[in-house]
Design a protein around this ligand. Structure first.
Ligand SMILES: [Zn+2]
Length: 286
């Protein structure tokens, strides 16, 4: 019998299920996720303020894998004791990973001064971001945890840091990989996995989509980044009301539609792609 997408296990390599904009809808979202066959989701905190919410979700749902980190957007406003707090949280949570961490040059050079997503944030210069990122990388390497890495417009700097750093033996995730195709092999040789984001199904994001043709099959993962980065409306199967600031929110159960969209793009059947992603996800995160 040919399996359909609803009878396979699905895995979200990167989301923010604890986000305050999802909170009012959480019961419905969880039911919808059960309906699509969610079997694992890495939920990423981005500053010490939201780590307790991530931890609470991991206690409530067995399929939530908690990940804690200081995101480059939150780097400039981090509290002085952030590293000690991260170390003590990791010490009590052996299943936890580290993320979302990374480098963001877009915020410094291309983001509008009044971008609502960055309101109230001090935009840490790249040197400061590198210092905070490197401290977190050292923790993941020491404990062999997974680092979930965010990078915009800083691929060369990221590669130089990773090449010189001690890295976890199990590998690391480049979430929503949007770097050059030619760098995929270089990163893969260092242990990278690459997660395909649903926004890459938007027709004009052709470069990001096409790069995934070069990702080795055993390093491919899929992510929603929900409630961020919505799919094109034509692919969306689950809907949420707009955010308080009027933006579109991405329902985490659109994960299934991303599997379908990527399978079509790669010329695979859903029942070929899903077992490969399952194997990759379990090898990296579990
Ligand atoms: Zn994210």
């Amino acid at each position: 019998m040919v399996k359909t997408i609803s009878t396979v296990n699905l895995y979200d390599a990167h989301n923010h299920l604890h986000d305050e904009w999802l909170l009012p809808h959480l019961d419905r979202v969880a039911a919808d996720l059960a309906g699509i066959g969610i079997a694992g989701a890495v939920v990423n905190g981005s500053s010490p303020d939201d780590w307790p919410q991530v931890s609470a979700l991991a206690s409530r749902f067995s399929w939530v894998i908690p990940s804690y980190g200081v995101h480059p957007w939150d780097c400039g406003n981090r509290p002085s004791d952030w590293l000690g707090r991260l170390e003590s949280r990791l010490a009590t949570e052996p299943r936890a990973h580290v993320g979302e961490i990374g480098l963001d040059r877009w915020m410094l050079e291309r983001a509008a001064p009044n971008d609502p997503r960055l309101t109230g944030l001090r935009r840490a210069p790249l040197n400061e971001q590198i210092e905070v990122f490197s401290a977190q990388l050292a923790l993941v390497a020491a404990d062999n945890r997974v680092a979930s890495i965010h990078c915009t417009d800083a691929w060369g700097a990221l590669f130089d840091i990773l090449r010189a750093a001690q890295l976890p033996a199990r590998g690391f995730l480049l979430h929503a990989y949007a770097g050059p195709s030619e760098m995929i092999k270089l990163f893969a040789d260092l242990g990278a996995y690459f997660s395909f984001n649903g926004s890459y199904l938007i027709s004009k994001r052709e470069n990001q989509r096409h790069a995934f043709k070069n990702v080795p099959a055993d390093r491919l993962l899929i992510e929603t980044d929900a409630p961020a980065t919505p799919l094109p409306p034509s692919h969306e199967r689950f809907h949420l009301p707009p955010s308080p600031t009027g933006g579109r929110l991405n329902h985490p159960a659109n994960l299934a539609a991303i599997y379908t969209g990527l399978a079509q793009f790669l010329g695979l059947r859903d029942d070929q792609l899903a077992p490969q992603v399952e194997e990759n996800f379990r090898r990296l995160f579990l």
